[in-house]
Design a protein around this ligand. Structure first.
Ligand code: 3PY
Ligand code: MG
Length: 254
């Protein structure tokens, strides 16, 4: 159960996959690689309440930590995926302290929040008794608020000041769109990279964890120098195309 916070405490960058495809065999294939955590995406990925429950168990059984991105504003889903055994939840489009507060309340038990009591499945997933789950889960899971708009950036200190929010995840696509007011994002481009550095620095200054979404190793290597705690690498589309493309490119008869 403590594998996520153990990984985060080691002061090395936690590396995560990013999956939105629900097929269990596909997910097992991704989990077989040396990621520390797997993000399961309910915002833009295909997971619904049924498939997310099975996917969380698949990730746990593979020895990795499941982190779920819920759809915008779905605090009920945040509590629910925790009940299914998630060790982290990512909430998209957190633009102010009030949204951060609602998110945190759904994630933490009293006195830190108001997560409703229903821990039996999660405790069973980790083979611990209910009391141990209740005592351990708040300190051993993470609530990550996505900072991905100009408004969120302007309210960063207030969002970081919400005690149940353990950290932030930068969404470079939406952040670029919001800053440039251009629907075609320029991720980590000149309009946003200094802001990204500032977000990571201020998050560390507030004693919280920062995570960044990247599209591949080149970007991940350059962002690693800025000092995030978690880097997500690629997504289903790139895992599949990078697997298929060399098969075809290697042919010498067409
Ligand atoms: C973004 O780039 O906006 C994201 O939400 C990453 O998935
Ligand atoms: Mg986004």
């Amino acid at each position: 159960m403590f594998r996520l916070t153990n990984a985060l405490d080691q002061n090395t960058i936690v590396v995560s996959a990013w999956c939105g495809i629900t097929d269990p065999h596909y997910l097992e294939g991704v989990c077989a690689h040396c990621f520390d955590t797997i993000v399961l995406d309910m915002q833009h990925g295909f997971f619904d309440e049924h498939s997310i429950q099975a996917a969380i168990s698949t990730v746990v059984n593979s020895g990795k930590a499941p982190i779920v991105r819920v759809p915008v504003g779905r605090w009920d889903t945040a509590s629910r995926v925790m009940d299914f055994g998630a060790l982290g939840v990512i909430a998209p489009m957190i633009n102010d302290a009030q949204a951060a507060q609602s998110f945190a309340a759904a994630m933490k038990y009293v006195p830190a929040g108001e997560r409703s009591f229903g821990p039996h499945h999660a405790a069973a997933v980790y083979a611990v008794d209910v009391a141990a789950y209740l005592d351990g889960i708040d300190a051993n899971s993470i609530a990550l608020a996505m900072i991905e708009t100009r408004q969120a950036y302007e309210n960063l200190d207030a969002i970081l000041a919400v005690s149940g929010v353990d950290g932030i995840l930068i969404g470079p696509g939406d952040l670029s769109i919001s800053l440039r007011q251009n629907r075609h994002p320029d991720i980590y481009g000149p309009d946003s990279i200094d802001i990204v550095k500032d977000i990571i620095g201020r998050t560390a200054g507030a004693g919280k964890k920062s995570a960044v979404f990247t599209t591949g190793p080149e970007l991940a290597n350059s962002l690693a120098k800025i000092g995030p705690d978690i880097i997500t690498i690629g997504d289903d589309q790139c895992y599949i195309s990078n697997g298929v493309r060399p098969q075809l490119e290697g042919l010498n008869f067409r």
